[in-house]
Design a binder for this molecule. Structure first.
Ligand code: FCB
Length: 458
């Protein structure tokens, strides 16, 4: 039996915009308006409007969590639900009631809530009026929202996170066109990334100012970078990819400063963001208490054949490489399966980030709806998921034995939920969601997980 440390967190992660639905939501997010504008960009044109209907069903859902022995659960508070007036911070009373009841119900059932503040869901007005994270004014408004959330729920919520995968809105919105506002502008991307880091730091500062009894962290997608082989130009390519995609957020948030090599690269292209000394000192003094780490796929790179003329994206410095004879997940666009990455992530945190406490904020094993087979007796067989999760947990367990400071595992996700442009293309849940009826149905993997959570191991 592989045992995990005492009080290890077992549960799942989800987010407000992907589960709640829009019932009684006072403001719109960029996802709501983007769907209005371009529904055809969303897989099967499924909107974020109903999704899991958690707004109405959270009590039954928490029963389902308890049924499979969750001791913790992460979701997010939607800025566009909680705050009625973004500039004054006036809250919506129904949203306060909803989040209070949701949080209380979790706690009553012995499920520790981890509450995140931003999961890709910029309020639409702020995007349209201010340019969202392009504008430093948005940072102030985010801090107003964070302040309210801490004041309202910080007596009971002991684990907070500011952002989920803060690099993704930069990639999606400003480099590769998969989040609204779908711009492609490297200079703006750098400023947006910096502004998000500053927003994070200021929210951390506000949390500490309130002297609440809890911890604050951030959830990062730390995808390790591997090379084609040992040649030095590949190693250099990997180092740069790592600077852009991992260390850009990890270093300032854990160590309080940006990697010098990254600064040099941006300087060379005359693309340093606008910063002030005061802001830098806020970042330096807002190191997180803990990390959530999301992991899905490894990144493999090689040196570029021919350097592009213009620096329009980080890929100026490297090309992607597909591993020969690698293992790939047919249900997730052929993404590589590489469980050792979890061990490597753990080691990196242990060796280079002062062994800061961390937990797996998301590990998701995508399957298509029909690859989760319905057996003659009606059970849903998703053993592909269980087998892969075991392989990953084996690597994590080994790292913990060697001193990694990991305190939990959250699988993405609890009930199959809506996933941005992919809507419901890939399924990840412990429970299947029937899109027609809203019915939730347990999968076999969940029954396996129930035992793992009970035994604190497998
Ligand atoms: C992660 C996101 C999460 C979900 C999964 C599939 O990158 O954090 O919201 O969509 O991917």
């Amino acid at each position: 039996m592989k045992k995990f440390p005492e009080n290890f967190f077992w549960g799942a992660a989800a987010s407000g915009p992907q589960t709640e639905g829009i019932t009684n939501k006072i403001n719109k997010s960029i996802w709501d308006i983007w769907f209005e504008k371009e529904p055809e960009r969303f897989y099967n044109q499924i909107s974020p409007y109903v999704v899991c209907d958690t707004y109405n069903k959270f009590k039954e859902d928490i029963k389902l969590m308890k049924e499979i022995n969750f001791n913790s659960f992460r979701t997010s508070i939607q800025w566009s639900r909680l705050i009625k007036d973004f500039y004054t911070g006036e809250v919506d009373p129904d949203a306060v009631r909803f989040y209070n009841e949701y949080i209380d119900e979790l706690i009553k059932n012995g499920i520790e809530p981890i509450i995140n503040l931003y999961h890709f869901d910029m309020p639409a007005n702020l995007q349209e009026e201010l340019g969202g994270w392009e504008n430093k004014k948005t940072i102030e408004l985010f801090v107003i929202f964070a302040k309210k959330a801490f004041e309202l729920f910080g007596d009971r919520v002991k684990y907070w996170t500011t952002f989920n995968e803060p690099i993704v809105p930069v990639e999606g919105g400003y480099l590769y066109n998969f989040h609204y506002p779908c711009k492609k502008d490297m200079r703006l991307a750098v400023q947006v990334a910096y502004n998000i880091i500053l927003a994070h730091a200021k929210a951390v500062q506000e949390y500490r100012r309130q002297k609440l009894d809890g911890k604050i962290g951030v959830i990062l997608n730390l995808t390790p970078t591997y090379t084609r082989d040992e040649r030095p130009e590949d190693k250099k390519a990997a180092h740069i990819a790592d600077l852009f995609f991992n260390r850009s957020f990890l270093d300032p948030m854990v160590k309080g400063e940006f990697p010098q090599d990254l600064i040099e690269i941006l300087k060379e292209h005359n693309m340093l963001p606008e910063t002030t000394e005061e802001e830098k000192s806020i970042i330096l003094n807002s190191k997180v208490d803990y990390l959530g780490v999301n992991y899905y796929v490894p990144r493999r790179v090689k040196a570029v054949e021919k350097t592009p003329k213009e620096f329009t994206e980080p890929e100026y410095y490297f090309e992607y490489h597909i591993k020969e004879n690698g293992r790939f997940n047919p249900y997730r666009d052929g993404n590589e399966i590489h469980p050792v990455a979890l061990y490597d992530i753990a080691k990196n945190i242990q060796e280079n980030y002062n062994n800061i406490p961390w937990y797996i904020g998301e590990i998701g094993i995508a399957m298509s709806l029909d690859s989760e087979k319905t057996l003659p007796d009606g059970r849903i067989d998703d053993s592909f998921r269980t087998n892969l999760l075991i392989e990953h947990l084996d690597e994590l367990h080994k790292a913990i034995q060697e001193g990694a400071n990991c305190f939990g595992v959250h699988q993405w996700t609890f009930i199959d939920n809506w996933s941005w442009l992919n809507s419901f293309k890939r399924r990840y849940g412990f429970y299947r969601l029937d899109l027609e009826t809203g019915e939730r149905k347990i999968k076999e993997h969940a029954k396996w997980f129930k035992e793992v959570a009970k035994n604190n191991g497998y």
